[in-house]
Ligand binder design. Structure first.
Ligand SMILES: *Cc1c(COP(=O)(O)O)cnc(C)c1O
Length: 467
């Protein structure tokens, strides 16, 4: 592994970090007490920190490093592109070879007639684009009153004002007066916590039907779109019951609304197909992409639109008064294109589908048998376990959110990055993870669960609460 040997001492970097760096999604006071863990290099699925520890990254960064770390081809392509054309914009009737090639490749890979991409720098701004895009679409068709967007509780669509409003994260809405007007949130298909006595299939139908109820409440003539993730990621890897997406699709087809599918996590192989829309049989009018599009090597995202949507722009939209300085950035586009070449030519998505996802599913199910675990669920190479004081009752802890962080710390202490969402533990490893590395991941998680159970018992945290 390449190692930058000359960085300053860890404590010095932590002090400077605390003095000058405001971290995203972080309690700054709590961070400054312990100091940030400083990652200095990475290769494959392994991170190295400034103390020389090698850590298995079961989150692929933030769900994004699909091809794994340290691919020289990606660096070479970026350097070549910076020398040739480091920047040019795509406003004002100009384009450049890399963004053209990338847009064509995305059109070829995405299902159905999703053939045109509006580029952004990430998922949040792509979803902001989607808000403006669907409203402009309906206005262009003479229906300017169709502005309302229906989203879901506990969905995640990013952190800008618009994207966080589409998201259904209560903690985000609590800061800064969100959501913005004309966005509302329906039920999520989270059977484990919200299914009660219904079977997962019954509950999936019931959750989907809240979309029809909401369209009726608002009046179809006021609704522009519905947005959802095929599998909720940041919400806790919530895999919907099998009945959910077919019913959502039926409701969208029966109404005059657009379906926006946020594939920022599920895109580019995560669920064992190129797109979650294929895994779950969804037909999006607009697809949000980012993260795995470049495997995180460069910031790039986009909104891929169907012919139905594109036609309105081509025929009667006039100017779309919207764009980003870095829409279709040439270096990001070149790097994304190389990432897609690697995913494609090295059969990475197929290997996930036929080998590593089935193997992880089998080993992940073993964690479901642990006394601290109420459910183990998985879709391709994204998975979750629910920690519980009483598995048979699917009970939450009396103090919600008290046990997940303990488990996360035990994982980190054993050189495994696993994330907690409340008392759920989640993973989304690089798609190139091997079976031997899956063994290390699951064995370490098992050890962490044992230690967590001992701690939770010792500290009196194993009391059940109610939903
Ligand atoms: C991460 C994420 C986003 C936001 O992407 P950023 O690049 O962080 O702006 C949007 N949607 C989903 C489903 C995500 O997981």
């Amino acid at each position: 592994m390449k190692h930058i040997a000359n960085h300053p001492a860890t404590a010095d970097m932590q002090a400077l970090d605390a003095a000058h760096h405001l971290h995203p999604f972080t309690d700054t006071a709590a961070l400054n007490k312990v100091g940030a863990r400083i990652i200095t290099s990475a290769k494959g699925v392994m991170l190295r920190d400034s103390e020389g520890n090698d850590i298995l990254d079961a989150m692929a960064g933030l769900w994004c490093v699909n091809i794994g770390y340290g691919r020289d081809e990606m660096a070479d392509v970026a350097a070549r592109q910076m020398r040739e054309l480091p920047y040019y914009n795509t406003f004002f009737q100009t384009s450049h070879p890399m963004v053209i090639a990338l847009a064509e490749k995305i059109a070829a890979l995405t299902p159905g007639d999703l053939n045109r991409t509006f580029f952004s720098s990430g998922g949040s701004d792509a979803n902001d684009t989607n808000i403006r895009l669907v409203r402009h679409y309906w206005a262009s068709l003479g229906k300017p009153e169709k502005t309302h967007i229906i989203a879901r509780q506990n969905g995640y669509h990013g952190s800008t004002l618009g994207a966080a409003s589409l998201g259904g994260m209560a903690a985000m809405h609590a800061q800064g007066g969100l959501p913005i007007p004309d966005i509302s949130h329906i039920a999520q298909p989270y059977w484990y916590a919200e299914g009660g006595d219904l079977s997962p299939e019954e509950f999936g139908l019931k959750a989907a039907q809240t979309l029809a109820t909401e369209i009726e409440r608002l009046g179809e003539e006021n609704v522009a779109a519905f947005i959802a993730e095929p599998v909720q990621g940041a919400g806790g890897v919530i895999v919907p019951p099998e009945t959910y997406w077919p019913e959502i699709q039926r409701i969208c087809d029966a109404h005059e609304i657009l379906l926006i599918v946020d594939e920022v996590i599920t895109g580019f192989g995560r669920t064992g197909a190129w797109f979650g829309s294929e895994t779950y049989g969804i037909k999006p009018d607009i697809m949000t992409i980012a993260k795995g599009l470049s495997s995180g090597y460069q910031p790039i995202g986009g909104s891929v639109v169907s012919e139905r949507v594109a036609a309105v722009f081509a025929e009667k939209g006039g100017e779309f008064n919207h764009g980003y300085t870095y829409s279709g950035h040439p270096v990001a586009a070149a790097v994304a294109l190389e990432n897609l070449r690697i995913l494609d030519e090295e059969n990475i998505v197929k290997t996930v589908a036929t080998e590593t996802a089935p193997y992880l599913a089998q080993r992940w199910a073993e964690l479901g048998q642990h006394p601290l675990v109420g459910e183990a669920r998985i879709s391709g190479l994204m998975a979750a376990i629910e920690l519980t004081p009483d598995a048979s009752a699917r009970a939450p802890f009396l103090e919600p959110g008290s046990v997940g962080p303990i488990c996360r710390d035990h994982c980190f202490g054993h050189n495994l990055v696993m994330r907690h969402v409340g008392d759920k533990m989640i993973i989304s490893p690089p798609l190139v993870i091997s079976k031997a590395e899956i063994d290390t991941l699951v064995d370490t998680a098992h050890k962490a669960l044992d230690l967590t159970l001992a701690d939770a018992t010792k500290h009196g945290l194993m009391k059940a609460g109610s939903r």
